[in-house]
Write a protein that binds this ligand. Sequence first.
Ligand code: NAD
Ligand code: ZN
Ligand code: ZN
Length: 346
Amino acid sequence: MKAIQYTTIGAEPELREIEKPSPGPGQVLLKITAAGVCHSDDFIMGLPAEQYPYGLPLTLGHEGAGTVVELGDGAVGIDVGTNVVVYGPWGCGNCWQCAQGMENYCPRAAELGIRPPGLGAPGALAEYMVVDSPRHLVPIGDLDPVATVPLTDAGLTPYHAIKRSLGKLRGGSTAVVIGSGGLGHVAIELLRHLSPARVVALDVNEEKLEFARSVGAHEAVLSDPSAVEKVRAITGPAGAELVLDFVGYQATIDIAMGVAGTASDVTIVGLGDGRAHAKVGFGQSPYEASVTSPYWGSRSELIELIDLAHQGVFDIAVEKFSLENGVEAYRRLSAGTLRGRAVVVP
Ligand code: NAD
Ligand code: ZN
Ligand code: ZN
């Protein structure tokens, strides 16, 4: 079968012919219908050899949708022919975190050698993929897999980040979204659906700001050295109640800290190498502001997102690529020219 693999540190991923996998005991084989491309892939492919833990060659793709085509011995709870999306942050399934569905924070996954698909285990940028347990599948019924697959990360990660702060968003509140790309644009749609907050989006050029407005941002502001001033002009002296940074570089974390209000949440999702701690301290950060950096989301949150998708809440912006052209999706991602999420359709 064809797969897009990262084979050489520092090099572009490649389209390769590899053996079609078969499901082991308890596992499930999917025929992939759609696979999303995430900026985190770009991040891991930028790591030097000594910091790269995922093994080579690595079949990329931690956002996957497919049809169940084969069940391994003893795999129960899902039928052949079911259309599903994959819950990616696999955990042990048995510990306290996993019992709550928060497998993204399973403390045992590392010691057990459990890694997410596309981030250690073979991922979804292929014709077929093995999922380690039926527990990691969410049926999507008649939803379009191409428009739905970004919910598994570009939706799930912001959903988790927003849900934990929803109590802070009331009428008159401001939520700031820095970086209106794959994750950011779903964050804007979620904020508009889940909260009464005014949504202010930031990005680096007018085209991206227009995109942010088109998915629901009330205001869109250029992310430049005067960004804090411009956002503060919108929020007034209270500042923002929630700031979501989907970039994470020092420049954006400084903006995030600069626009945060009293008792706000500053949530750093992007994997940039910036730090907030230089800005946290009495008299330096807003009173009672919290700074956090979450990872992905829980199984139950993905189920909730699929329910929201059935209600027609999302208008996910997708640029489609064939598997043969999937490497181009990564080039466009690195170049910053995608509108929304790149999705590869085998
Ligand atoms: P993306 O490339 O689709 O979107 C990033 C957006 O940020 C783009 O629109 C880009 O123009 C914009 N941007 C870049 N520099 C900026 C700046 N200085 N100010 C404002 N905007 C700027 O990326 P994505 O796939 O949405 O991922 C976003 C980030 O989240 C990445 O760092 C990714 O690795 C990370 N991520 C984290 C988690 C997690 O669990 N913490 C999960 C998924 C992705
Ligand atoms: Zn991702
Ligand atoms: Zn666990």
